[in-house]
Design a protein around this ligand. Structure first.
Ligand SMILES: [Mg+2]
Length: 229
């Protein structure tokens, strides 16, 4: 049966560690002369959204003009700190086996739908060797659109253009850990599996009524069956 699996990265496949937040501090400090005073909540947001939120902490006449240069700088910051991801970060339970097993399923294609800009998404998954299972060229990224709810159609268009494959909405799963992952699935009418690996809690995510909810992905056989069902 055909299946398109669209993975969120942070909090779903991996945790990148403190470096994931530090690159924003460092990029903003480099471009604006001082680091932001406080951290913004990053989960479920795209990188351009995160940068825009940080810029509200600064007294800038036209904050939006700084976003592209800061995004370029976070790419540079992460590229030079890639070793920190494998040192501080980790792959979440079940993920490596699940990606490997799905890669062997005929008719199943898996890629990412993530708020990370594309180069940083690659750095984060490649730090743990997960890139070998993922068709990253047909993924959708924060660099494609600042609104996460726009990303599923972008990925599906790339899959059609790059692989000649089109999927019905009930053949597509978004797997994520944040309410925004569910929102981006709902916006495209596709199914959504949420994992309560951090905040929000299992109960909070359950109240949003995703198609499926798990504490994490460690029950590989069961998750595989669900995604292929
Ligand atoms: Mg996430």
């Amino acid at each position: 049966m055909p299946r398109l699996i669209l993975w969120d990265i942070d909090g779903t496949l991996v945790r990148a560690g403190e470096i994931g937040a530090l690159i924003f501090d460092r990029a903003i400090e480099k471009m604006l002369g001082s680091a932001p005073g406080r951290r913004v909540l990053m989960s479920g947001k795209t990188d351009p959204q995160i940068v825009s939120e940080y810029l509200t902490q600064f007294d800038l006449v036209d904050a939006a003009v700084h976003v592209p240069a800061i995004l370029e700088q976070i790419e540079i910051e992460l590229a030079t700190q890639a070793h920190e991801i494998s040192a501080q970060g980790y792959v979440l339970p079940g993920v490596s086996e699940l990606l490997a097993r799905l890669a062997q399923e005929k008719g199943a294609l898996q890629t990412v739908v993530t708020g990370n800009i594309a180069p940083n998404a690659l750095v984060k998954v490649a730090a743990f060797g997960l890139d070998r299972w993922l068709n990253l060229d047909v993924g959708a990224y924060g660099s494609d659109h600042a609104e996460r709810t726009e990303l599923v159609p972008i990925a599906m268009a790339k899959v059609l253009a790059g692989r000649g494959l089109s999927f019905e909405t009930d053949e597509v799963w978004v797997v994520g850990d944040a309410p925004n992952d569910l929102a981006c699935a709902r916006a495209a009418g596709v199914r959504c599996l949420l994992v309560a690996t951090g905040r929000p809690s299992f109960e909070e995510l359950g109240a949003l009524r995703p198609d499926a909810l798990r504490h994490d992905l460690h029950e590989v056989d069961e998750i595989l069956e669900l995604l292929l069902s």
